[in-house]
Design a protein around this ligand. Structure first.
Ligand code: HEC
Length: 272
């Protein structure tokens, strides 16, 4: 009997201690804290239709608040991006002008909120949903926003210096011409890979390994195997806990994968 009472008390304590899900938004050092209920109760919360949700892979309907409305009155400092950090350590760098756009002919960014009494479906191949807070895009150009820029299970959004200014460790040799494909590879690396990986210790993601230190994959994987791994990691090696999904040809063309590999190969000679 007594043991049940103790367990009961523990459960009670655990429930009371479980804070309501909340999202922090920090713009130029000023932080706003929003709980799920506060967001759902806002007058600017709307029901939106996302024609092609990049993570669920189909049409979805959400209760959501425009990111621009949450930021209203705060000014992102110049040469910053908005970093979205997820509870699992995923970290996306989102361009400020894109995230603050309110033009439906272009894109509009929304924080979608999963209501406690109406949970969303689980993600493809996962046992959890994209909630509680998920960044989704509407507008005519929403389909062009890469899936890496649809961060889910978000914990916070915060302005940060642009990746180039924040992490000089990512820089290529300054002598490369502006049109050098290694530079395109660097840009792709920042949007597609840095969300999960670090390089030379740079980056804020905690999901995958550093891709330059101690060894760069171009130093131990044959070029064709590395290309295959980026396209579809399971085609090279597979196990139940594998987290990297790879990229469809729509998400990254063969040419773009080669540019990322060219950047990695270049960085093997720049371990800092
Ligand atoms: C969603 C997160 C995620 C993204 C995006 C991602 N990776 Fe990964 N990657 C991982 C994780 C995690 C691993 C470790 C193996 C695993 O669990 O899949 C990994 C493993 C790797 C490996 C193998 C390293 C080794 O020696 O085992 C390479 C190479 C790699 N990633 C390259 C890339 C490149 C290049 C990109 C961008 C084009 C990229 N990854 C994008 C999460 C990611």
């Amino acid at each position: 009997m007594r043991i049940f009472a103790v367990i009961g008390l523990l459960l009670l304590a655990a429930t009371a201690g479980a804070a309501e899900p909340a999202l922090d938004l920090t713009i130029g050092g000023e932080t706003r804290h929003f709980t799920r209920d506060q967001l759902l109760a806002r007058p600017d919360a709307a029901t939106i239709e996302v024609a092609k949700d990049a993570i669920y892979g189909r049409a979805m309907t959400y209760r959501a608040v425009p990111v621009a409305a949450l930021i209203a009155g705060l000014r992102p400092p110049p040469d910053t991006v908005i970093e979205a950090v997820a509870t699992d350590g995923y970290a996306a760098q989102l361009p400020v002008d894109q995230i603050l756009s309110t033009d439906s002919k272009s894109v509009i960014a929304w924080v979608a909120i999963e209501p406690a009494d109406a949970p969303w479906p689980t993600l493809p191949d996962k046992t959890v949903s994209a909630g509680t807070f998920y960044l989704v895009w509407t507008g005519d150009q929403a389909v062009t926003v890469r899936s890496e820029q649809w961060p889910y299970q978000m914990a916070r959004l915060a302005t940060q210096p642009s990746p180039a200014a924040r992490w000089p460790e990512l820089a290529v040799d300054a002598g490369l011409t502006a049109a050098d494909p290694i530079r395109s590879g660097q840009t792709l690396f920042v949007t597609q890979c840095l969300v999960c990986h670090k390089l030379n210790g740079a980056g804020s993601a905690e999901v995958g390994p550093d891709l330059n230190r101690p060894m760069n994959p171009t130093e131990y994987l044959a070029p064709a195997a590395l290309h295959a791994l980026i396209r579809d990691p399971a085609s090279v090696r597979d196990w139940p806990d594998r987290k990297m999904q790879g990229f469809t040809p729509e998400q990254m063309s063969d040419r773009e994968i080669e540019q990322v590999i060219a950047y990695l190969r270049h960085m093997a000679g720049r371990k800092g």
